[in-house]
Design a protein around this ligand. Structure first.
Ligand SMILES: [Zn+2]
Length: 312
């Protein structure tokens, strides 16, 4: 019987996701959902990390934007490691500078998107009507915040008005985990897995619901892919690196850089249409009073993620 040490595991998952591509777009052995009539309902089992690693998934973050030829490009978001990120900081500066509608307008025109988080874990395919050949095999599985939100809810449990408190389930466990019913529809932006959900707690099984034997589980465990190599290391990228790349590709300046000291250290002032960078606070005040929007409609800074979500 395979038991992975899950000490501090829930906390780790929460921290990773809450904060929450060397190879983001070229990951090998990636699971591909096959649609039938533009939709799919696939039964997957998320798997624990290989024995040599500590977390069951890794995370990458990128900002996408259009370059001067209108092609989509990405730059890394630096916020995952709690570093300052030029695009996140610029978005926040706009958010703070204007009332809600005006901020939305400025951000829409600017075209710099909120950082997109993607996660990669190991997965066992239980049932895949669009590609039965994949059933019983192990892949890497890439997913976004929609699935992560459902995963966190399942891990942490919740208070249900009807059933009372529902205990959390470590979905990655071979014996006490739960399947992910990956239900998606084809859209112009790729599959939308909004309707996916985790099933009840039960041991990993085959497509006919027969629990796998210890021997079969050991065979799966031996096939787990490394995840660490799918995580882009952005620890050496600086604020300036990312800003340079963005400004060059987008042919747009996000910040005024002024020398702050003789050693050549720069000070970055966000360039926001309609806001004087040298007098940001005073200008912002006047912009706000001109618009005369009730204070209650200005989202608090904790709501910035939600606010930016509405834009994409
Ligand atoms: Zn960012």
């Amino acid at each position: 019987m395979i038991e992975r040490n899950f000490d501090g595991y829930f906390q780790q998952v929460n921290e990773l996701a809450g904060k929450k591509d060397k190879k983001g777009y070229e990951i090998e052995n990636l699971f591909e959902p096959i649609m039938i009539n533009h939709k799919c309902e696939i039964v997957l089992r998320l798997l624990p990390q290989p024995a040599t690693e500590t977390a069951p998934f890794v995370e990458n973050r990128t900002h996408s934007f259009k370059d001067t030829d209108g092609k989509w490009k990405v730059v890394d978001c630096l916020r995952k490691n709690n570093h300052k990120c030029p695009l996140c900081d610029w978005n926040s500066a706009v958010f703070d500078a204007f009332p809600k509608e005006k901020a939305k307008d400025v951000l829409k025109k600017a075209g710099a998107k909120k950082a997109k988080k993607t996660y990669i874990c190991n997965v066992y395919v239980v049932k895949h009507p669009g590609n039965p050949d994949s059933e019983g095999k192990v892949y890497r599985f890439k997913f976004g915040v929609q699935i992560m939100d459902k995963l966190l809810e399942k891990l942490n449990g919740k208070d249900d008005p009807d059933k009372g408190h529902i205990a959390g389930v470590n979905v990655f466990d071979y014996y006490k985990g739960a399947n992910l019913i990956y239900k998606a529809k084809d859209t112009e932006f790729g599959p939308n897995p909004e309707e996916s959900y985790f099933g009840d707690q039960k041991p990993i099984s085959d497509k006919n619901n027969n629990p796998l034997t210890d021997q079969e589980i050991e065979a799966i465990d031996a096939k787990l892919y490394t995840l660490k190599e799918c995580e882009k290391d952005t620890s050496k990228e600086t604020f300036e690196d990312v800003l340079d790349t963005y400004e060059k590709l987008a042919a747009k300046k996000l910040y005024d850089r002024t020398k702050e000291d003789p050693q050549g250290k720069y000070k970055y002032m966000p360039i926001i249409p309609g806001v004087d960078p040298s007098n940001t606070a005073a200008t912002n005040e006047s912009v706000r009073s001109e618009d005369a929007e009730p204070a209650a409609e200005k989202p608090s800074s904790e709501n910035i993620d939600e606010f930016l979500n509405d834009l994409t």
